[in-house]
Design a binder for this molecule. Structure first.
Ligand code: NAD
Ligand code: MG
Length: 403
């Protein structure tokens, strides 16, 4: 068996995907990119396939399959179209480490497949854990799969946890930049536009997580993600606003010692740690200069201005189908907000309505999780269409205030 680690990147055309490939490149001979997937962006997929002489490329949105096939004609790369092939890549015997950089619960079937195949999974796709963490973590244990976080906060927690034994951990503190509306008042948040929400102060990311960072739903998802990844009680998880995004999270041990992981905000570091874990390698990301920074600041989060946080704790407590409903509703709301069909505050409002109206199941199977998620998406579509029929209901919408 070769010592080379063969890596497959699902969602290779996105922000995490592109950074992952650059990390694999900079790590050199020890790692090899074997296969990738992307949803649209067939030109970028073709470029990646040629540059790395890839075994397989999956394009999940089949509208561009023919273009991709034509572009890769005569190469050794096998081109596959459709989301069903994500699982093929995930369980392929040619894959030692699977990076899941797909956005949304579209990544779940591949994560589940790789888990059942006992793979090492570097997971950026937090939505999978939010929807199905209750099934994934026991499955990982059963099949000997290793799930490693790419999310910077969870990578920080994993790193800090190496300072003690698991049963010596008292609590974790997840940091949060506060997003673009950290200092905005209720009135400003109520009329936030899509452009305002997409303007993140410290991180440059894909559009969905950028909007989640503005509502602080991203932090809600991360509370739930941490609950499953590290098997914590929700009461052991705190959120701390830290606008500079230098401390990525902290672990407090039973003796009162608090261990923090610090670095400049650059996703290449947590991606690399997931690949080289439990070892470290030199990383091209810029180094931290505390002297230059001078000081770091912290504030408590404001659950009134950012009600998504309350939903995060509620769902972390309830578990069961609640995560699937939260995620399905949020994904559908973010999509509607991006189409300017609902206002910024309606994202969390509608998600809250879905959570309170759904038929909760405490110990769901996969089928029931999927049904709950789909129910929430449908419910959001109904809420959106009732807003469209009755524009007064969209009282806070960016469109109506600017007329
Ligand atoms: P992105 O929008 O830049 O990229 C998303 C990727 O998923 C693309 O390759 C796209 O082609 C693919 N994709 C989109 N819809 C798909 C579908 N229906 N089926 C299959 N593939 C699909 O997003 P991103 O910012 O790279 O985020 C990816 C994931 O990583 C998200 O879960 C996000 O929460 C998480 N994450 C991102 C960052 C970051 O810095 N960008 C940090 C932490 C966690
Ligand atoms: Mg994060």
């Amino acid at each position: 068996m070769s010592m080379k680690k063969r890596v497959t990147v699902l969602g290779s055309t996105g922000s995490i995907g592109v950074n992952s490939i650059s990390v694999i490149d900079s790590l050199g001979e020890e790692f090899e990119l074997v296969s990738v997937s992307g949803h649209g962006q067939w030109q970028l997929l073709a470029q990646q396939a040629r540059k790395y002489n890839l075994e397989k490329v999956v394009i999940t949105d089949t509208r561009n399959l023919a273009n991709l096939e034509k572009e890769l004609e005569g190469t050794d790369t096998e081109v596959l179209g459709g989301p069903e092939h994500l699982v093929d890549l995930a369980v392929d015997s040619d894959c030692d480490i699977l990076i899941v950089a797909i956005v949304g619960s579209a990544g779940l079937p591949a994560v589940l497949g790789a888990t059942k195949a006992g793979k090492t999974i570097a997971i950026a796709n937090k939505e999978s854990l939010v929807v199905a963490g209750c099934l994934l973590m026991p499955l990982a244990q059963k099949h000997g799969a290793t799930i490693l976080p790419i999310d910077s906060e969870h990578s920080a927690i994993l790193q800090a946890m190496q300072s003690g034994q698991r049963n010596e951990v008292e609590k974790i503190i997840i940091t949060c930049s506060g997003g673009p509306f950290r200092n905005a008042d209720d009135a400003q948040i109520a009329c936030a536009t899509l452009e305002d929400a997409l303007n993140h102060p410290t991180w440059n990311m894909g559009p969905k997580i950028t909007i989640d960072s503005a509502t602080l739903m991203n932090k809600a998802l991360e509370i739930i993600e941490a609950r499953w990844l590290f098997d914590l009680e929700p009461g052991q998880i705190e959120v701390l606003v830290h606008p500079e995004s230098i401390i990525h999270s902290l672990v407090e041990f039973c003796d009162g010692s608090v261990i923090a992981q610090m670095s400049l905000p650059d996703m290449r570091l947590p991606i690399q740690y997931a690949l080289t874990w439990p070892h470290r390698r030199p990383c091209p990301a810029s180094r931290l200069n505390l002297h230059e920074l001078g000081h770091l600041t912290f504030e408590p989060p404001d659950k009134n201005r950012f009600p998504a946080l309350k939903l995060g704790y509620e769902v972390a407590h309830k578990a069961g189908t609640a995560g699937a409903v939260l995620n399905g509703a949020n994904e559908a709301c973010v999509e509607a907000f991006r189409k300017r069909q609902i206002s910024f505050t309606q994202i969390v409002e509608f998600t809250d309505i879905c959570l309170s109206e759904h038929n909760f199941i405490e110990k769901p199977d996969l089928e029931q999780l999927m049904q709950s998620e789909n129910w929430a998406r449908q419910k959001v579509l109904e809420l959106v269409s009732s807003v469209q029929k009755n524009p007064d209901k969209m009282k806070n919408s960016p469109q109506s205030t600017s007329y």
